[in-house]
Design a protein around this ligand. Structure first.
Ligand code: BGP
Length: 491
């Protein structure tokens, strides 16, 4: 069995984890630039400064509320280490990296554009020409190798000024700032970029409002308002895109994983339903075009009042996403019987699935997750899909001769791609492409570590930011090259 000829094979990255050059050529700071390193046992921290110069930090809470001390503003603090500041330096290595992607046979490169590189404060009147020129160069380089860019407009970053002065996406004015930014780039790169994603893993607004929306308050009201404003911004971006160039397709990007019940107790099935609802709410609105009744009831019960402007609901309906893309690394298992073990791919409350293996960070690998995810999402939304993140984090070892023997990665990808192939060839799911996460090594979003590597290409850099940044091919590099060349037949 083979994938269609026009299937967009490739890899995925994000500016704040890959690009570096955080304060070069007029770029402003963004929210990810004030988040320190962590590990799989210690959370990353958001650093702050007071007007009197006092500094400190708060842990990046997952799912909970965040409390900055009164008067504290998130800021870059001397003596701290911030992984995003140099990351793996795509900014100065883009030619080399894109050549490596070309050598693997990539048809597509998912990257994000750094909003603060284009509008340094977010609310500026004029864009930063040097920032625009950098992405022109990147897209020209992609074109040389016949690689189609897929651009995420905001991947876990918001210009820092918008967090401080507006409390991020809780403020409706961000809609205008974002649409100005999106319109600027869609016009500038007309003919060069056909595919855009509006917000990376938009549903992570619920778990990480600072990362997903520059929001400094973690309460339910702030998160709901932040999500609504992002939905409106997405719809207006779809509208603008179609006016600028009917060829442009704008997709939603959702963090998705199948959720299983630990037992056949109906109470466990209800738990699954609740977890799936929490995730799919975001796709119901952005791709489906309407708020689901159950969520409105929940807001009512919790006293959450989302401020909507007249016409918002019609806008969401008229300009829903053209396609639905998602990240999927494995699955998650929930139970009302067992104490949550804290494992299972970032899903709070998940328990260990006895049938599955996991990596050193407790992320379970599930050979059937993609087929299940693709069928579930297509059954519900009937729109083209795109797997824009999938892969496995591993503390790879580079041998003295520069080689990296990552057979575990090949094994993971082989099973996952086979599952995706079944969805396409046996179930008839319209799948646009597949971009493996972190195709060139980059820093981890969850922990800030460098050792949690995903790539086909190793980058010499450690958890403290030391290393030559030299690139070397892992065993999986040649394997993926062969997969692409055979249209996914030779796994
Ligand atoms: C997704 C994010 C990515 C990425 C990936 C792996 O949730 O969209 O930015 O990093 O997960 O996660 P981590 O880096 O924590 O291993």
């Amino acid at each position: 069995m083979k994938f269609p000829k026009d299937f967009l094979w490739g890899g995925a990255t994000a500016a704040n984890q890959y690009e570096g050059a955080w304060n070069e050529d007029g770029k402003g700071p963004n929210t990810s630039d004030v988040i320190t390193n962590g590990s799989h046992t210690t959370p990353r921290r958001i650093t702050w400064r007071m007007a009197d110069g006092k500094t400190g930090s708060i842990p990046m809470a997952f799912g909970g509320s965040m409390e900055f001390p009164q008067g504290a503003e998130p800021a870059v603090v001397d003596g701290e280490y911030y992984p995003s500041h140099t990351a793996t330096d795509f900014y100065h290595h883009y030619k080399e990296d894109i050549a490596l992607m070309g050598e693997m046979g990539f048809k597509c490169f998912r990257m994000s554009m750094n909003w603060a590189r284009i509008y340094p404060n977010g609310d500026d009147e004029q864009p930063n020409e040097a920032g625009l020129r950098f992405y022109d160069d990147v897209f020209d380089e992609c074109k040389k190798y016949g690689i189609e860019p897929l651009v995420t407009l905001s991947h876990y970053e918001t210009p820092l000024h918008l967090a401080i002065a507006y409390n991020g996406w809780t403020d409706r004015r961000l809609v205008d700032f974002y649409v100005r930014y999106a319109t600027t780039v869609m016009k500038r790169y007309k003919g060069k970029v056909k595919y855009y994603l509006t917000f990376n893993e938009i549903n992570c607004m619920d778990m990480m409002p600072f990362m997903a929306g520059g929001i400094m308050t973690g309460d339910a009201q702030s998160r709901a308002q932040g999500a609504h404003n992002q939905f409106v911004a997405s719809a207006l971006t779809v509208k603008a895109a179609h006016e600028i160039d009917p060829e442009i397709k704008v997709g939603q990007m959702l963090a998705y994983q199948p959720t299983y019940a630990y037992t056949c107790d109906p109470a466990d099935q209800l738990k699954v339903m609740e977890m799936q609802h929490n995730t799919l709410f975001y796709a119901d609105v952005q791709t489906g075009g309407a708020y689901p009744a159950w969520r409105l009831k929940q807001y009512e019960r919790e006293g959450v009042k989302v401020q909507m402007e007249p016409g918002d609901l019609q806008l969401l309906k008229d300009y829903s996403a053209d396609f639905l893309s998602f990240s999927c690394y494995g699955s998650s298992t929930v139970s009302t019987h067992k104490e949550a073990a804290g494992s299972g791919n970032m899903m709070p409350g998940a328990v260990k699935n006895p049938y599955l293996e996991s990596n050193a960070w407790g992320w379970e690998t599930d050979p059937d997750c993609l087929r299940i995810a693709l069928n579930t999402l297509y059954d519900r939304y009937h729109k083209p899909l795109w797997v824009v993140e999938n892969g496995i984090g591993w503390n790879d070892v580079k041998e003295a001769d520069g080689s990296v023997h990552d057979s575990y990665r090949i094994d993971y990808l082989r099973k996952n791609i086979a599952s995706m192939r079944d969805a396409v060839c046996l179930d008839g799911i319209p799948l646009m492409g597949y971009t493996m996460w972190g195709c060139i090594d980059l820093v981890s979003a969850g922990t800030g570590e460098m050792r949690k590597r995903y790539g086909f290409v190793y980058v010499d850099r450690d958890d403290k930011g030391q290393g030559t940044l030299a690139r070397s091919k892992k065993d999986s590099f040649g394997w993926y090259q062969k997969v692409i060349a055979s249209d996914g037949e030779d796994l």
